[in-house]
Write a protein that binds this ligand. Structure first.
Ligand code: CMP
Length: 241
């Protein structure tokens, strides 16, 4: 809201950002304007916890740039990474929709820009605009499908296969073609990868060495590179039960 009038103001860049999100992509210009007047932009350093598992949810998060790790934390503090999110993805919608607690913790992995929308505003727009409702269903359907695919990999693959699966899906979602093959633009350590495949850092280290020795992946100290995605698919095929 502007200081000098009752006319709500739109933060710079809000409409452009929202129009690129699948959730709002189908809105008419005036409808998009209504949403844009309700969002807030925030910048975060790497390693910031955005919210904790089991806390009440009040906001939905929309990622403009950077990356966020969604983690489930066990009773003894052990971590399982449920998802790594990149630009254009939303999160924190589950507790907003069902009114229950946060299902997981969210932590930034890099300098990150996020737009926030309150629970009341999201619900209002879902009621008012059927295209937002449909897009939300589509996003939730995709979450169920990808969770099923991960569960399958966790159950039927060994650590090497699980690592190949995660690197392939990261490359599919946040990969950038480069000379060496595909660069995964999300900064991930071997410890991060271990929490994604449900294994120790030592066993991930061994699996990384195997994939490197076959010239399938490379790491330059910051980014992971998939040199041969088809070779990685072959690993999945051969090792799957
Ligand atoms: P919410 O429960 O509000 O807070 C944690 C968020 O993590 C959740 O909403 C989803 O956006 C996201 N999340 C939780 N579980 C998964 C999962 N299995 N796969 C992908 N994202 C998830």
């Amino acid at each position: 809201m502007s200081l000098y009038s009752n006319i709500p103001s739109t933060p710079p860049g809000a409409k452009e950002f929202l129009s690129r999100l699948p959730l709002f992509a189908e809105l008419e210009i005036e409808q998009l304007e209504q949403v844009a007047q309700r969002v807030h932009r925030r910048e975060f350093a790497p390693g910031v916890t955005l919210f904790h598992q089991d806390m009440p949810g009040t906001m939905m998060y929309m990622l403009e740039s950077g990356s966020v790790r969604v983690i489930s934390i066990g009773r003894t503090g052990q971590e399982l990474t449920l998802n790594v999110l990149g630009p254009g993805e939303i999160f924190g919608e589950l507790s907003i929709l069902d009114g229950r607690q946060r299902s997981a913790t969210a932590v930034t992995l890099a300098p990150t820009v996020i737009w926030l929308l309150s629970q009341a505003d999201l619900k209002e727009f879902m009621n008012k605009f059927p295209t937002v409702n449909q897009a939300m269903i589509q996003i939730l359907v995709e979450r169920v499908r990808s969770t099923a695919r991960r569960l399958e990999a966790m159950t039927f693959q060994d650590v090497l296969g699980r690592l190949a699966f995660e690197l392939l899906s990261l490359a599919e979602r946040s990969g950038r073609p480069c000379e060496a093959g595909i660069e995964i633009t999300i900064p991930l350590t071997q410890v991060d990868l271990a929490t994604m495949v449900g294994a120790t850092r030592e066993s991930v280290n061994k699996a990384v060495s195997v994939l490197r020795s076959k010239n399938l992946i490379e790491f330059d100290g910051t980014s992971w590179f998939l040199q041969d995605p088809q070779g990685m698919q072959q690993i999945l095929y051969e090792r799957g039960r």
